[in-house]
Every structure is written in structure tokens, then in C-alpha cells.
Write a protein that binds this ligand. Structure first.
Ligand code: PA5
Length: 475
């Protein structure tokens, strides 16, 4: 397999099949060709907006597949050292500073990676801590040895309480255990100028990688935020970036018949306008299960907005829901098939799984079981995927399928870039700021006030004076 050859790369091209979004297949609730034609101009405008703004403002992420040659070499050299020196690698971060590394780890490493013998892993044991649950921190410390661990603290703002709380705990442990050598166990990934982590990095001399300007958290997986953890795991980060560039190339035309990211954006926006306020992301592969988590943050935080760029109230967005095929066929699909007509389902299918598992013959006297013998698990999961898409369509439910020929660095790079472009196009169609998240500020400020942070006295007073909760509403 020559992953550089054009032939191999073309064989790994993602496809989007949206037959089951169309009226012809699902009936009244579906889209007509004319509906898509009517959105042609709007789509072309969104395409032009994204094209014009590439590399500008918060759209620096569009350049990541192209402008990181030196950084990638530094990442690869650092990752090699980490693999040589450490038994554990722990990412401390949250939101866009954690979901990408988690998703890529899940997609491209063995599903029981940490349980494998060291000789069967390409890197150290790997953990991403994206919460401040005290039990989780205690449990992490039970399974790692801090003196054999490299901690990658990732925060663009350098001000995120969750990440900085983790940093305080870990640096305290490292200082007590290792004294002067503690700083050799921390790698910082942050903004080059703003925030507290960069100050701490300079003060303690941490190895530091920078999150480029114009790259916000949820669009940062293809910069050092995601590339360093992936490289530590021994993954081919150049191939991942090549996959992103390949998808970018495919999406270089303004037509939804040629540009899969634009097609997905148009389908989703059309669905939302028909009341599909829930977007289910349902991979038929355990390896892609956490890609759905990454997508959910990208889609929810980018599109959930209450005001347009012109200051008009809007309240747009779609609630993303993650599901896993086939597991959730036995949990949620009943609702998707017969519940409210408020959903559009995106399936992620895999052409060729990395392993084939035959199902042996047996139970010949029980026909309900015997029919499975002689097939493979690959055939079974593919059939169930196809059957679920068909059953949803028969029930008049919008769904479409993104197919990855295989799960590897190249296809994952394509998928992530497709989702990022889709989000950028949809945001442009709604005329909103896709890249901010003012809605999470209110909760942050209340937390600061409750913990007595300086400067939040007025907020604290507001909370103290809020109407008292009533006993009768607690049962
Ligand atoms: O997408 C975003 O910008 C957010 O989800 C951030 O990633 C998240 O809040 C963490 O921020 P930071 O990287 O500044 O710690």
C-alpha cells in the first residue's frame, strides 16, 4: 500500500449518499430536486463567504493542512522523545482541547490500547482527562506513575478553570516528587501570547506548542492540539493532514453535486427548516463512536446562536445526538422510526473494516440462529446499517450516509475537514458567528463568583440575591 499514490488516495475518498433525504424515497417529508435547486444561490453564497475568508479572522483552521511543515517536524521529534522516556501520556484539557485527541485515539488505536502489552503498542499508555470529577482524578492517579508520565496541558485561552485546576493538582504532585525535574514532565499547548499557561510555560521552561491565531478550540484538532497526542501514539499525522487537504481539494467547487461538505450543509439546513431540530450522528463502527462526540461539540457550539451577524435575533442550531450502530438499534432506533418527525440521521459507514471476523456454522437445528453461520460480522454490521437506513426511509425519516472506505489517518483527516467545512458553510447560511460561544460565558462567570474569584463580586451579589429556591419543588 503506497499511501502517497494518487490511486490509493482516490480509493480512500469519502462519499455522501443522500438518496434517503429525498421525497422520491421517503415520501412527503423528503426534499425535491427543486428544493435543492432553490437553495443553489444560498449555497453558492455560503461557499463564496468561506472561500473569501479562508485564513482570515477565526478561519485560520482552513490553512492547517498546508502551513505546518516545521511544526510537524518538531511534533514528530518531541513525540519520539516522549515515547522513549515515558510510560504514560496524559492530556489535560476540555472541550475543543480534548475531544479531538479522544476521537482520534479511539478511531486509530486498538480499542483496548492501554491494556495491550507495551510491545504491542506504538506509544505510552494514553489518557485524556476532560473533566474535574474528583473521583476520576483519584482513579487516574491510581493507575499512572507521575514520575513516568508526560502531561500535555492543552488550553487555547490559558484561562479555563477545569484545565488549570488539573494543572495545579498535577504540577503540585510533580514538584513534590521531582523538584527541579518536574518541568520536564509537562508539555504546554496554548496561545503564543495570551493567557496564563504561556506565562507559566515561560516561567518554568516547559516545552511549548502553539495554537495558531484564528484556530478556535473546536477547529483545532489538526494543529498541535491533536497532532502531538496523535504522534505520541505513533499515528501518521502527515497522512491525516494529507487527508484534510484532499477533502479541501474535493470541496473546492460551489456546487452541491460536486462539494460533499456543501451538500451536507445544505441537507442539514434544509432539514432544520423542516423542523428537524435533532441531528443524530450514528457511526456503524466502534472506532468512530467518539468521532460523534467531537462532531457534536463542533456542530452544537458553532451553530447554536441567538443573534445573526447583523444583530437580528435568530435562535438557530440543531441538537446533535450521538448514537452507535448497531448498539443503539436496540435503544434509540424505535424512537427515530416512530417518534416525532424532528430528526435527521447521519450514518457513518465503513467500506472495509480493518479485520474480518467469520461467524462459524452451528446450531443447525435452530434455523433462527443457523442462518448466521458462514457469514462474517462484517456482513452482519453492513447489512444492519443498510437495513436501518432503509427502514428509516420507509418510515419517512430523513437520513444520509457518509461512507469511509476504511478507517485510517487519511480518511479521518478527510472526515474532520468535511465536518469543519460543513459547519462553516451552515454558519454562513445562517449568517451567524460560527466561531464564538458567548452562551457558555454565563455559567463560567457564575462559577467564578461562587468560588470567590476576584472581580466577580457583583456576580456573587447577584447570585446571593437571586430568588431563594423553594423546598416544595424538591421531592
Ligand atoms: O471550541 C471552543 O472554543 C471551546 O469548546 C474550547 O475548546 C473549550 O472551552 C476549552 O477552551 P480552552 O482551550 O481555552 O481551554
Amino acid at each position: 500500500m503506497n499511501t502517497r499514490s494518487k490511486e490509493w488516495r482516490n480509493s480512500m475518498r469519502l462519499t455522501v449518499n443522500y438518496n434517503y433525504m429525498m421525497k422520491k424515497f421517503i415520501g412527503e417529508d423528503g426534499l425535491r430536486d427543486a428544493d435543492l435547486t432553490a437553495m443553489k444561490e444560498e449555497a453558492a453564497n455560503a461557499f463564496a463567504y468561506v472561500k473569501e475568508n479562508r485564513g482570515k479572522g477565526m478561519m485560520g483552521w482552513t490553512q492547517l493542512p498546508y502551513d505546518q511543515k516545521e511544526i510537524v517536524e518538531d511534533i514528530l521529534a518531541t513525540a519520539k522523545e516522549v515515547r522513549r522516556k515515558f510510560k504514560y501520556f496524559v492530556v489535560l484539557g476540555i472541550g475543543g482541547s480534548a475531544l479531538g485527541p479522544i476521537a482520534v485515539f479511539n478511531a486509530l488505536c486498538h480499542l483496548h490500547y492501554n491494556e495491550l502489552a507495551p510491545s504491542k503498542r506504538r506509544g505510552p499508555k494514553f489518557y485524556v482527562e476532560d473533566n474535574v470529577d474528583p473521583e476520576r482524578m483519584k482513579d487516574l492517579l491510581d493507575v499512572i506513575e507521575p514520575e513516568k508520565t508526560c502531561f500535555n496541558v492543552i488550553t487555547k485561552s490559558g484561562a479555563t478553570s477545569e484545565t488549570m485546576a488539573q494543572y495545579l493538582i498535577i504540577s503540585d504532585i510533580l514538584n513534590k516528587a521531582l523538584g527541579d525535574k518536574a518541568s520536564e514532565h509537562i508539555i504546554a499547548t496554548t496561545d503564543h501570547a495570551k493567557g496564563n499557561l504561556i506565562k507559566l510555560s515561560k516561567q518554568h521552561g516547559y516545552k511549548t506548542f502553539y495554537i495558531p491565531d484564528g484556530v478556535g478550540g473546536r477547529f483545532s484538532e489538526l494543529c498541535p492540539v491533536g497532532l502531538l497526542p496523535a504522534a505520541v501514539l505513533g499515528l501518521d499525522i502527515k497522512l491525516m493532514l494529507a487527508g484534510a487537504a484532499y477533502m479541501d481539494g474535493i470541496c473546492s467547487r460551489p456546487s452541491i453535486a460536486k462539494n460533499p461538505a456543501l451538500a451536507c450543509a445544505v441537507l442539514q439546513v434544509a432539514a432544520m427548516r423542516r423542523g428537524k431540530n435533532v441531528g443524530v450522528m450514528m457511526p456503524y463502527a466502534d472506532s468512530l463512536k467518539l468521532m460523534a462526540d467531537w462532531y457534536c461539540q463542533l456542530w452544537a457550539e458553532s451553530l447554536g446562536k441567538n443573534v445573526t451577524l447583523d444583530g437580528e435575533p435568530c435562535n438557530v442550531g440543531q441538537t446533535p445526538v450521538k448514537a452507535l450502530g448497531v448498539t443503539d438499534q436496540h435503544s434509540q432506533v424505535q424512537l427515530y422510526t416512530e417518534g416525532p418527525f424532528d430528526k435527521v440521521v447521519t450514518f457513518l459507514s465503513v467500506g472495509n473494516y480493518r479485520h474480518e471476523f467469520p461467524i462459524p456454522h452451528g446450531c443447525e437445528d435452530i434455523p433462527d440462529v443457523a442462518f448466521l453461520g458462514g457469514h462474517t460480522m462484517n456482513e452482519l454490521i453492513a447489512a444492519e446499517n443498510k437495513a436501518t437506513a432503509y427502514a428509516l426511509a420507509k418510515a419517512g425519516r430523513m437520513n444520509y450516509t457518509i461512507c469511509l472506505p476504511m478507517v485510517n489517518e487519511f480518511t479521518l483527516g478527510q472526515l474532520m475537514f468535511l465536518f469543519e467545512l460543513q459547519t462553516a458553510y451552515a454558519g454562513a447560511m445562517f449568517n451567524i458567528d460560527t466561531y464564538n460561544q458567548p452562551g457558555v460565558e454565563a455559567g463560567k462567570q457564575a462559577t467564578y463568583a461562587l468560588l470567590g474569584k476576584k472581580g466577580y463580586e457583583a456576580k456573587k451579589a447577584e447570585l446571593d440575591n437571586a430568588p431563594a429556591e423553594e423546598e416544595k419543588y424538591t421531592v
